[in-house]
Design a protein around this ligand. Structure first.
Ligand code: THU
Length: 141
């Protein structure tokens, strides 16, 4: 596994997997039936999680990753160092495009994002790999 400045070891992902899996059970996904949980860990090793919340007006659906990060903001979280998305799908779920932009807002370019499933499969990316040349807050200063 790649080493980066978030210093996530393989065992460090386990609590995120556990929490994201729990959150996936809370998913409100009556339309897609695609249940997603996400969990993020900050530099104080606090974990935040979220699930996808759909809407009868489909476009108002909010993904698990964005709900997770919004929750962390509301808890006045310190810097998020890694985020994991969990689905009970054989094919691992990568964050959608909108979530990649929101992830780039709150995680550094070399922080890690992972996807895991019920089969103990896992794939890890850096934020930069998911969204190269991101439009980030630094560009507004
Ligand atoms: N979804 C997520 O929550 N995260 C992803 O990374 C991919 C998609 C949700 C949105 C929608 O509720 C359902 O999965 C199907 O797209």
């Amino acid at each position: 596994m790649k080493l980066d400045n978030s210093n996530m070891k393989l065992t460090d992902w386990q609590p995120l997997i556990t929490q994201a899996k729990k959150s996936a059970l809370n998913a409100y996904a009556p339309y897609s039936k695609f249940h997603v949980g996400a969990a993020a860990i900050n530099t104080d090793n606090q974990i935040f999680s979220g699930c996808n919340v759909e809407n009868a007006s489909y476009g108002l659906t909010v993904c698990a990753e964005r709900n997770c990060l919004s929750f962390a903001v509301n808890q006045q979280s310190s810097q998020i160092k890694a985020l994991l998305v969990y689905t009970q799908q054989e094919k691992l779920t990568p964050p959608c495009g909108a979530c990649r932009q929101v992830i780039a807002e709150f995680l550094s370019q070399d922080a890690l994002v992972a996807s895991a499933n019920h089969l103990d499969h896992m794939k890890v990316w850096t934020v930069a790999e998911l969204l190269p040349d991101a439009f980030t807050p630094q560009l507004l200063s």
